[in-house]
Design a protein around this ligand. Sequence first.
Ligand SMILES: Cc1cc2nc3c(=O)[nH]c(=O)nc-3n(C[C@H](O)[C@H](O)[C@H](O)COP(=O)(O)OP(=O)(O)OC[C@H]3O[C@@H](n4cnc5c(N)ncnc54)[C@H](O)[C@@H]3O)c2cc1C
Length: 555
Amino acid sequence: MADDLKDLYDAIVLGGGPAGLTAALYLARARYRVLVVEKEKFGGQITITADVVNYPGVERGSGEAITKTMRQQAINFGAEFLVAEATSLDVKGDIKTVHTSAGDRKAFGLIVATGAQPRTVGFKGEEEFKGHGVAYCATCDGEFFTGLDVFVVGGGLAAAEESGFLTKYARHVTILVRDAAMNVPASALQAVEANDKITVLYNTEIVELTGDDTPRALRYKNNKTGEETSYAPPAGETFGVFVFAGYVPSTAIVKGLVELDERGYVVTDPATLATNAPGVYAAGDVRPKVLRQMVTATADGAIAGTELERDIAALQEKTGLVPKMPVREVDPSATSQAPAPATAADVVGTSGFFTDDIKAQLNTVFPRMEKPLVLRAVLDAQPVSTELQGFLSELAGLSGGKLSVDVVTGQAAIDLGGLTPRVDIMRDGTDTGLSFGGVPGGHEFNSFVLGLYNAAGPGQPLDDATRARIAAIAKPTDIRILVSLSCTMCPETVLSSQRIASLNPKVTARAYDLSHFPALREQYNVMSVPCILIDDQEPHFGKKSLPQMLDLLEG
Ligand SMILES: Cc1cc2nc3c(=O)[nH]c(=O)nc-3n(C[C@H](O)[C@H](O)[C@H](O)COP(=O)(O)OP(=O)(O)OC[C@H]3O[C@@H](n4cnc5c(N)ncnc54)[C@H](O)[C@@H]3O)c2cc1C
């Protein structure tokens, strides 16, 4: 067998949302070797939703919790996972190649389950105020608009549901619907209409958003009558514009390889979900359908997985190659699988900081760390310093000697400089440049643990080209990532920046939980997280994969 086929998979699933996780579950249960490649966060789009009530079998749950169970089910049957971006594909022939940011992977068959991403509307000011007043994720950015007015652009279910969520923070929410009606089920419309903090304006589109550092005025018009209305908040205030205007399919990676429809969705056989490329299937939001929901995504995953089994069996027989299932049942190690994302509830337990579940996950990461690390806790007199110290001590206690804590306070902390309280990750007596300001719990727990693994080595796998790009950064570069612990988009950006810093001593990547550093928020006028500051220049916003972060640094 050729060397590069020793690690052959039966199937590779591109995308770890509900469709991809379900496809992996079905394939692994049928004893096929399957790898799920996910570039950001297992669980996909639904992880930004706190309250799902329409997924059958689950009365009520967060998107994060539901998809965590899906992933665990796939793990239980032996599915493997890789946190990496699939960058291009070779789909011709019996064995397909997926080029990823962590190297190439090969398989008999592929399932494209790359989902969709938010659509921008293109109104004047949208681009300019992105991150400073224009946002696309209510769970991530809603709290920045506490007590302020918010406009929502969109007329679908996401606009209706997220508007309700935003009323938890906003003084008032005005939904601007381009059409004469909202395109939502009656129950969702009733909820909107019954909420006295929500106003709906139909046939309405934004003309222009203007302001200084943040929005100060909005002009919108009735597209039937042409009548324009100007809005300005009370003097000195700003306001927010949340865009929920549908999604565009994430199909750049398969463009030119499989047939796409005029809107960019992957065309599939309606019964089997096969594309026009043999051995390549598509599932979930990435394909044309009338209802884009979890229930249809998981159904697609099950169909595509089952259909692909037939192709795999035929190719195994034709080639004589039978990929071996991994011997271990569960391996949530950072080398091939990121530990399942933790939630605040997971991390902060009642009898200490870590639940048994989290401790079990940590037990799979700590033994793999090559070098011991010192967690330098640079503390001050704030109560959060005590919390950070307790958190780090308990973490070190669980690490089997891989971590120790060095507490720095008083004049010594002042002499070190920098913001406090924070934890600096030290290796061989030197600052690695990775640090976290505040307590790295909530959604940041996962990125913090992977940061430790990356700092200690060997770290998450990376292809040679990406390593070379990281090594080529020649000038000292300071990256600061401003996050909130409830932000689902932030961990990816923190992880990417800190992976770069872990490999290049010229780069530092320091994350700060904004709730403990309000001065940073004010200084940079941050109304969206993650906010990325590179060498204190113009901020960038949004989640960034490793290649995207390198693009930013190189650009
Ligand atoms: C705000 C909001 C609220 C919602 N509420 C509900 C609800 O209440 N109930 C419900 O049923 N549905 C809801 N939905 C819809 C539901 O989230 C989607 O239908 C579902 O997530 C689609 O699943 P998917 O697996 O097809 O795609 P996605 O969930 O989009 O997952 C695709 C995955 O592929 C990854 N990916 C993309 N490109 C690459 C690449 N090149 N390499 C590696 N990985 C890649 C992405 O990072 C992503 O994780 C909601 C959606 C949103 C946005």
